[in-house]
Design a protein around this ligand. Structure first.
Ligand code: SAH
Length: 552
C-alpha cells in the first residue's frame, strides 16, 4: 500500500510572495489541505488539491487527527499554519497525535515540517529592525498555558532585557493579559521603550502603529496583532524602530554618534562587559544591562519577585511623600554607551606638558577610559560619557588643545627650538586654527617646521611646510609608512608669507573635493598626476619591492 505523507506547512504572514518555494510545492503536491478557515482562504487560489478542509479556530486537535488518518490511508496531506508551523502552530500537535499512536519515522507515515516566516520576523520587518538582538516570543494566550507561567516568562524576559514579541496578545474575552504584561514590563523597562503594534502583516488590512510601553494600550490590539517591545537600547528613528546590534557607540567632537565599526567592536577594550576568556569573570559595573546583580539571578526568582513587589510599594510611598516620582532602581536603563573619542595636545608649538595638565588629563580618563600616545604627538583619549562639553571645557581650562579624532586633518609643528625660532609660530597657529579637525576623505597630516633643519620631518607629511629665510618652502605627497616609503615632493620654494595659507587652502580643498573616500593624499596625487598646477613625480625608490601584507 502507498505510504502517505503529512506536510505541516507554515505559509508565512499571508502574502503569496512571502510563501517559501518549498511550502508552495508541498501545497501543490498535496491531495488534501487541512486548516483553519481564514488561513485556507489565504492560500486556496494557489492549490489544486482534491479536498480542502477548513475548520473552526478551536478544532486544532481534530485537524491533526484527521490529517494523520488521511495520511495513514495513503494520502498526501498538508496541514497549514500561518507564519511558521512550529511557532504556536500545528507542527507540535501533529507530532503529539503521532506519538500517541506509537509512530516512528522509520515505520510510520512520512512527516515533513515546512518552515515559514513567523510573525516576529514579518512584523519586525515592517517596523524597521526592532528584533536584531536577543529576543523571545511569548504568547499571552492562557487557554493551554497557566497564567502564572506566562507571567513568570514575561518577568524573566523583562528582567533579562530581551526584545519581546507578544503573540495572541488580546482577544474578545482575553483583555486583562496585555494589561498585566505591560505592568510587569514597566518594572524593568522605561515607559518610553519603543513598541510596535502590527496587525495583519502582509495581509489586506495591514496596520502598523509605533507607540511606547506606557501608551501601547491606548491603541487597538487584537487577535491579529503582534506586539513587539524593544529592549533598553531600542530607539525610534524616522518612523522606524531600531534595536542596535551592540551596546556601544563611538563619536568624536563635532560629529554625530556613530556605531562602532566592526573592527572596533571586536577589541577587548571596546567590550568591557565580555566574559574574560582566562579568568572566566565578567567585569563588574555592567549589571545594569540586565538590571540585576548575580545574587539576584533566576535561582532566587521567588525572593526576587517579592523584592520587586515590596520595592513597588516602597517607591509609591516615597513618591507620595516627596510629591515627585522616585525612580525604580530595578528599571533597566542601560542605554547605548557613548564612547567619546578625541585628541589632546599641549598646543601646536608647545611640546611641554605640566604636571597639573597631566593630572587633569588623568582625571578625565578616569578608571575606565584609555589614553594613548600617537605618532602625531597627541594623546588619543577614549572615555564613556554623555557630557563631552564638560570634558572639553575642563581640558581647555588647563590650556590643553582638544581636537577631533579620526579621518581629520592633523597639524604637527616643531618646538621652534623652544621659542628661539618663534617668527613663524603665528603661521603654524593660524594653519592649526583654520584646518585642524577638518573632516576629510582620509587623515591628512600637515607638518610645519620653523627652520630649514626640518627636524620634525615635515617632508615626510602629506603637506610639509618649512619656514626658511622669512619665506616658505612647500612639499606635498609623502608616503611616510610601508616598505615603499618616500619623502614628499618639493613643489614651491620661497613662498611669500601672505601667499602661504591661500595656497595650502587650495590644495586641501582640491583633495577634499576630489579624493575617493579613504584615499590617502599620496595615492590621490599619484592617481590624478596633478594637484593645482603641480605635476606628480614618482618619488618612490626604484628597487622592486615585493608587495607584502600589513605587518610583514
Ligand atoms: N504560527 C504563527 C503564530 C500563530 S499564533 C506564526 O509563526 O506567526 C497567532 C498569533 O500570531 C496572532 O495572535 C498574532 O499575534 C500573530 N500573527 C500571526 N500572523 C500575523 C500577521 N500576519 N500579522 C500580525 N501578527 C500575526
Amino acid at each position: 500500500m502507498k505510504k502517505g505523507k503529512i506536510f505541516v506547512v507554515g505559509f508565512g504572514p499571508g502574502a503569496t510572495e512571502h510563501i517559501t518555494g518549498r511550502a508552495l510545492t508541498a501545497l501543490q503536491e498535496s491531495e488534501y489541505i487541512i486548516g483553519y478557515k481564514t488561513y485556507v482562504d489565504l492560500i486556496k487560489h494557489l492549490v489544486t488539491a482534491k479536498s480542502i478542509v477548513s475548520t473552526g479556530m478551536t478544532e486544532e486537535v481534530s485537524r491533526a487527527i484527521d490529517a494523520v488518518k488521511k495520511a495513514e490511508a495513503g494520502g498526501i496531506v498538508s496541514v497549514i499554519s500561518s507564519g511558521d508551523s512550529g511557532a504556536y502552530g500545528m507542527a507540535g500537535l501533529v507530532y503529539e497525535v503521532l506519538v500517541e499512536k506509537g509512530w516512528t519515522e522509520a515505520e510510520g507515515i512520512e512527516v515533513e515540517i515546512v518552515p515559514g516566516i513567523s510573525a516576529i520576523n514579518s512584523c519586525a520587518s515592517l517596523l524597521g529592525a526592532p528584533v536584531m538582538h536577543d529576543s523571545c516570543t511569548i504568547s499571552l494566550s492562557d487557554h493551554l498555558t497557566p497564567w502564572t507561567v506566562i507571567e513568570k516568562r514575561i518577568e524573566a524576559a523583562g528582567m533579562a532585557d530581551f526584545v519581546i514579541a507578544l503573540y495572541n496578545p488580546k482577544s474578545g474575552r482575553r483583555t486583562r493579559q496585555i494589561v498585566e504584561a505591560q505592568n510587569i514590563l514597566l518594572k524593568y523597562r522605561s515607559p518610553d521603550t519603543p513598541v510596535g503594534l502590527v496587525k495583519s502583516a502582509y495581509r489586506e488590512n495591514q496596520h502598523i502603529i509605533l507607540t511606547t510601553l506606557s501608551e501601547m494600550l491606548e491603541h487597538d490590539i487584537g487577535m491579529l496583532t503582534t506586539v513587539i517591545i524593544g529592549n533598553s537600547s531600542t530607539f525610534f528613528y524616522d518612523d522606524k524602530i531600531i534595536t542596535p546590534r551592540g551596546y556601544q557607540r563611538k563619536y568624536t567632537l563635532g560629529e554625530g554618534k556613530q556605531r562602532l565599526k566592526p573592527h572596533q567592536r571586536l577589541k577587548k577594550e571596546a567590550e568591557p562587559w565580555a566574559l574574560d576568556q582566562e579568568t572566566g569573570e565578567a567585569l563588574s559595573g555592567y549589571e545594569e544591562i540586565i538590571g540585576k546583580t548575580p545574587e539576584q539571578a533566576p535561582m532566587q526568582q521567588q525572593k526576587q519577585e517579592q523584592k520587586v513587589q515590596s520595592m513597588d510599594m516602597a517607591l509609591k510611598a516615597l513618591s507620595m511623600v516627596s510629591k515627585e516620582e522616585v525612580q525604580n532602581p530595578f528599571l533597566v536603563r542601560q542605554s547605548i554607551e557613548n564612547i567619546f573619542e578625541f585628541s589632546v595636545s599641549p598646543g601646536v608649538a608647545n611640546k611641554m606638558i605640566t604636571a597639573e595638565q597631566m593630572r587633569v588629563l588623568a582625571e578625565v580618563v578616569g578608571e575606565n577610559g584609555t589614553l594613548e600616545y600617537t605618532p602625531d604627538h597627541h594623546f588619543l583619549v577614549k572615555v564613556t560619557t554623555d557630557s563631552p562639553e564638560a570634558i572639553v571645557e575642563k581640558l581647555e581650562k588647563s590650556h590643553l588643545t582638544v581636537m577631533p579624532a579620526g579621518e581629520v586633518l592633523k597639524v604637527k609643528a616643531c618646538d621652534f627650538c623652544y621659542g628661539e625660532k618663534a617668527d613663524s609660530i603665528p603661521y603654524a597657529e593660524e594653519i592649526a586654527a583654520k584646518f585642524e579637525g577638518m573632516k576629510l576623505p582620509k587623515q591628512l597630516h600637515v607638518g610645519f617646521n620653523g627652520c630649514g633643519m626640518a627636524c620634525y620631518r615635515p617632508v615626510f607629511d602629506d603637506i610639509g611646510i618649512v619656514y626658511r629665510k622669512k619665506k616658505f618652502d612647500l612639499f606635498i605627497g609623502a608616503k611616510p609608512v610601508g616598505r615603499t616609503a618616500h619623502a614628499a615632493q618639493p613643489i614651491a620654494e620661497g613662498i611669500e608669507p601672505e601667499d602661504l595659507i591661500p595656497l595650502v587652502t587650495k590644495i586641501i580643498e582640491e583633495y577634499e573635493q576630489n579624493a575617493h573616500p579613504n584615499e590617502r593624499f599620496f595615492k590621490y596625487f599619484k592617481r590624478v598626476k596633478k594637484v593645482l598646477n603641480y605635476d606628480y613625480y614618482d618619488m618612490s625608490c626604484k628597487i622592486e619591492v615585493e608587495p607584502a601584507p600589513c605587518g610583514d
